[in-house]
Ligand binder design. Structure first.
Ligand code: GLU
Length: 311
């Protein structure tokens, strides 16, 4: 059911999956919490398919995710958007940053990035030395002949802080802990950090709900939001999903659960997830409207999310 007619507030929540595989339980949990959080405040819930990478996250995967969401009643109040349709918008916003003198092409290969002794790493990427920022026009032209550059944005030596609804206060010094980061890959595909910021800003998103693996991306996104003049949303990062013993889900366990998602009645799954995240006190069946009525961010589990054995 589309609940757009019930919208009473300016709260806009979103679920923004990357369609790189089948929807798994962690995704479903994120979608559910994003939905409940927005709806419990009378707000809007929107879905955005982050299919930036045409090879790893094909559009058809996005359609499949939308079908799964639909089965659980997690329907977007606006027609879902696909990031693969929006590269022109990302290009415009990258240009705004360029006009501020904040972007520069980087020609470094992976080997060069890792050449430094004991390179510092942030989210799997080396904290960049800023080497290419200092290249002259002639040096750039020479390098351009052999290698297509990526585009980096320069970050200030500044601490960006925010308060997450689950994790509390979080701070990061962009220059020392993260470094100048990529906003367009060398193959011309705009990077997640830019696209997600532009879309959250353009779509008027007021709350971002997602997995804790993206906690450390948030300061970069807040930085870009400020530069591009967008309103900063509130953040709620969901702890890692674990099995009933509190262990990280193994592949086998994940596959088994993916099967039970297909088999069990939807209220049974919604209830189990509501229980796992702390919204209801017992593992039982529950529907979306009941969970919406009971939702409060304060109830969300602070530690790992333990899945009940019923799933
Ligand atoms: N597309 C990202 C993912 O599926 C999530 C992006 C976000 O919620 O900010 O991991």
């Amino acid at each position: 059911m589309n609940e757009a007619h019930n919208i009473k507030s300016s709260v806009v929540g979103r679920f923004a999956p990357t369609p790189s595989g089948d929807m798994h339980l962690g995704n479903l949990l994120c979608a559910l919490v994003a939905y409940l959080s927005a709806k419990s405040k009378g707000g809007k819930f929107i879905v955005r398919i982050e299919d930036l990478d045409p090879i790893r996250s094909p559009r058809a995967g996005g359609e499949k995710i939308l079908d799964t969401l639909c089965r659980f009643g997690l329907v977007s109040d606006e027609p879902p958007i696909f990031q693969s349709d929006r590269s022109e918008l990302y290009r415009e916003k990258a240009l705004v940053l360029e006009r501020m003198g904040l972007t520069y092409p980087c020609y470094c290969s992976r080997a060069e990035l890792h050449a430094a002794e004991a390179p510092r790493v942030c989210d799997g990427a080396v904290v960049y030395s800023r080497k290419c920022f200092f290249l002259s026009a002639e040096e750039k032209a020479k390098k351009e002949l052999v290698r297509k550059p990526c585009l980096r944005v320069k970050v200030p030596n500044e601490v960006i802080s925010f308060t997450d609804a689950v994790y509390g206060d979080y701070s990061q010094n962009l220059e020392t802990e993260c470094g100048d980061f990529i906003i367009r890959r060398s193959d011309g595909v705009y990077a997640y950090q830019l696209a997600v910021t532009v879309d959250d800003g353009e779509q008027g998103v007021t709350e971002v709900v997602r997995g804790e693996d993206l906690l450390s991306s948030t300061p970069r996104q807040i930085y870009l939001m400020r530069l591009l003049g967008y309103m900063e949303p509130k953040y709620l990062h969901i702890p890692l999903v674990c099995d009933s013993f509190g262990r990280k889900l193994s592949k086998t366990e994940g596959d088994r659960i993916a099967e039970s998602l297909k088999r069990l009645p939807k209220e049974r799954i919604l209830g189990a997830l509501g229980y796992a995240i702390g919204i209801i006190e017992r593992d039982r069946a529950a529907d979306l409207s009941e969970l919406t009525g009971l939702f409060s961010a304060d109830k969300i589990t602070r530690g790992a999310v333990r899945l009940p054995e019923s799933l």
